[in-house]
Design a protein around this ligand. Structure first.
Ligand SMILES: CC(C)(COP(=O)(O)OP(=O)(O)OC[C@H]1O[C@@H](n2cnc3c(N)ncnc32)[C@H](O)[C@@H]1OP(=O)(O)O)[C@@H](O)C(=O)NCCC(=O)NCCS
Length: 385
């Protein structure tokens, strides 16, 4: 038996700081607390743009003119309806599973039940399937949410914007103008975010020249985890478990003293306040006030202030997931649907980056440090202890 000497090999756990590719799609400036899509500051996009425009920007590298936006929006609207057998099969699963698992399975079903979906697509077909998935993942998410409430699905309304239609499919009625705008902003702010775990997972799958649906299901699976997109659901669970500001103070004090991770804080790249959290905080304040959820907002602010006091020097500040849940909760959406909404937005970034990477593809194939033995003699089973 022998062992390899690994002394010379350097690596960083979690690929921290490792550069995996080059891109023109987006950039996270973690020091300045800025996020850019194709060079545009997301704060500007959140103020002036729509999800359709943002998705177009990520896909095509420029903001659309009026004609281009109208055609793109029309195409998205035309793709919204799901084949009915997809939903039937999805809701017929023997045991109720998490909506993120249903969404992942729903995306797989969309591919398996579409005879026109080839396994290896050219880039133009991938882009088209990507646009179709942007539309269909919103429908899937709304249908899954309604199924969990024992409500029938609502047919999409092609006259509505992506965000307004999503709320309509969730609730069976139009949202208030503020609700529709906030949903649009939420979708814009989640659409892309550098080389995060789910984007990387999608790209790793794509780099094998697998199909787009496999990339997207990998992205959904990765996003589901509580260290990534799944944190938003945990945040609202945490906030709802606290009945007063005093309880929040005790909770946060205990978590800090025990060095427990507090959901909705910290980020691998941001060492300044996450710009998305800043925007969400403003909307969360407004919406919680309007909907009588201001005590939850006060609890959130209490936790935020104490965490910043304790950890700001380590760069642990609120991330996107801290306030987004308060917004969805104020819109009447169940916590289990928060991460699917994240996925239904992030699909734009996943697909844009997958396609960009495939334009000059190279198989992702890193190495690991092997610390086990080599040349272990094989012992026949009857001689083993
Ligand atoms: C997002 C996250 C995984 C990134 O972290 P990372 O770069 O891998 O950093 P680590 O998890 O290694 O944490 C580094 C240090 O910060 C601390 N830390 C990180 N996030 C923290 C949090 N939310 N609460 C308290 N401490 C935290 C860790 O305990 C660790 O402390 P130590 O150096 O004393 O051991 C991490 O901040 C986290 O788990 N956050 C909570 C989940 C969450 O909100 N995820 C959504 C991200 S958008």
């Amino acid at each position: 038996m022998r062992y390899i000497s690994n002394e010379e090999i350097q690596f960083t756990k979690g690929l921290e700081g490792v550069v995996s590719n080059s891109t023109q799609i987006g950039y996270v400036d973690g020091e300045a607390g800025k996020l850019y899509y194709r060079g545009y500051d997301v704060a500007d996009l959140a103020e002036h743009s729509t999800y359709e425009e943002t998705a177009y920007l990520l896909f095509y590298g420029k903001l659309p003119n009026q004609k281009e936006l109208a055609a793109f929006s029309k195409k998205l609207a035309s793709y919204r309806a799901l084949p009915s057998d997809v939903l039937d099969r999805l809701v017929d699963m023997p045991c109720p599973c998490h909506p993120m698992s249903m969404l992942r399975t729903g995306v797989s079903l969309l591919e398996c039940m579409d005879e026109s979906c080839p396994i290896a697509e050219d880039l133009e077909s991938k882009k088209e399937y990507g646009i179709r998935l942007i539309a269909q993942m919103a429908t899937l998410t709304a249908d899954i949410a309604r199924h969990r409430e024992n409500l029938p699905p609502i047919e999409p309304d092609p006259s509505l914007s992506h965000a307004a239609n999503f709320l309509y499919m969730l609730n069976g009625k139009r949202g208030e103008p503020l609700a529709e705008r906030v949903m649009d902003v939420a979708l814009i702010l989640h659409a892309d975010h550098g080389m995060n775990a789910s984007t990387f997972a999608s790209m790793v799958v794509a780099s094998t020249l697998s199909d787009l649906y496999s990339s997207v299901t990998a992205g959904i699976g990765s996003l589901k985890g509580p260290l990534h997109g799944g944190a938003n659901e945990r945040v609202i669970q945490m906030l709802k478990s606290l009945s007063s500001v005093e309880e929040a103070e005790t909770f946060v004090e205990r978590a800090i003293s025990k060095k427990e991770k507090i959901m909705g804080f910290g980020h691998r790249v941001y060492k300044a306040y996450d710009p998305r959290a800043k925007i969400f905080q403003g909307y969360a304040r407004e919406l919680t006030e309007l909907t009588g959820n201001d005590s939850l907002f006060a609890i959130a602010r209490t936790i935020e202030k104490r965490v910043i006091e304790a950890y700001a020097d380590k760069g642990i500040l609120p991330n996107v997931d801290f306030y987004s849940g308060l917004i969805y909760h104020s819109l009447g959406i169940d916590g289990s649907i928060f991460t699917p909404i994240f996925a239904a937005s992030r699909i734009a970034g996943w697909v844009a980056r997958v396609i960009e990477y495939l334009e000059d593809n190279r198989l992702f194939r890193p190495r690991a440090i092997y610390q086990g033995p080599l040349d272990v003699p094989y012992v026949p089973i009857e001689e083993r202890e």
